[in-house]
Design a protein around this ligand. Structure first.
Ligand code: ADP
Ligand code: MG
Length: 254
């Protein structure tokens, strides 16, 4: 007798583990009973079983992408109140959530004061991209500059730059919150130059463009940076009142 005759169940389970088909392993018996009851033939049974694996696999991939992106929290467009910010082009935001701008390697810049939902939107667009399987990374400008300087000091800048370039979508949050050091500004400029027409970048900033020089320290560098960033760009104008502030005020009134 062959091993297959002896213990087909055990053998099948072993093969499914080896092939990494956890959903097939979990569902094959139950689905077999269902299909038998419905008189579904073998092909239908197999097709349904494999479809379950495919759906689960996609969900696992999305989970992995979201985890790897390192979002500070998870936000979505569903929970975003567009009425609170009338200057924002809703149609454009909804369109951007389809992530075609990532395929086209375009940039998005969200501008506005504190608390108007810039980070919320940036995360929502990032999560939407992850759901489409796009390799995404989120970081504040301060954190990414810190990472770059550290890598530079430890002589592994090239590796980090390659790693960052490997992300189809990079989200740089809070540009302009803190002025950058000369090295910091240069490294960030280099990163954005490297991504030019090779990857999509979302930047949020509390500063209008004419004040970016204060962050980058140098007019020439800022000009060159803006030139690259704004070549293929969607600008989200978010001039409104702080949502946070409005919320806490209305809570106090209640
Ligand atoms: P910003 O990055 O512009 O400072 P955030 O995105 O951090 O603002 O928003 C502050 C808080 O208010 C977050 O919890 C965010 O989810 C919420 N928020 C801001 N704007 C909106 C909005 N229009 N609809 C729903 N929640 C919002
Ligand atoms: Mg923010």
């Amino acid at each position: 007798m062959t091993a297959a005759n002896e213990a087909p169940e055990l053998l099948l389970q072993h093969h499914l583990k080896k092939l990494r088909l956890p959903t097939v392993l979990r569902e094959y018996e139950k689905l077999a009973r269902q299909c038998a009851a419905e008189n579904a033939d073998h092909t239908r049974y197999l097709a349904r079983l494999i479809e379950l694996e495919l759906i689960d696999r996609e969900a696992r991939m999305v989970e992995r992408r979201i985890k790897a992106a390192r979002f500070p929290s998870i936000k979505s467009l569903e929970t975003f109140d567009f009425d609170a910010i009338p200057t924002l082009n809703k149609k454009l935001v909804v369109d951007l959530a389809r992530s075609d701008f990532v395929d086209r390697r375009e940039n998005v810049i969200a501008l506005g004061p504190s608390g108007v939902g810039k980070t919320h939107l940036a995360i929502a667009l990032g999560v939407a991209a992850c759901q489409r399987g796009i390799k995404t990374r989120f970081a504040t400008a301060a954190a990414i500059v810190h990472e770059l300087i550290e890598a530079h000091d430890e002589k592994r800048l090239l590796r980090l730059q390659r790693q960052l370039a490997n992300h189809e979508l990079l989200i740089i949050d809070e540009l302009g919150f803190v002025p950058l050091s000369k090295t910091g500004a240069e490294l960030l400029f280099e990163l954005i130059s490297q991504r030019y027409e090779r990857g999509a970048t979302i930047i949020t900033s509390n500063l209008p463009f004419d004040e970016w020089t204060a962050t980058f320290g140098e007019e020439r560098l800022t000009g060159a940076l803006l030139d690259r960033l704004t070549h293929h760009v969607h600008i989200l104008e978010m001039n409104g009142k702080s949502y946070r502030l409005a919320q806490s005020r209305s809570k106090r009134k209640r």
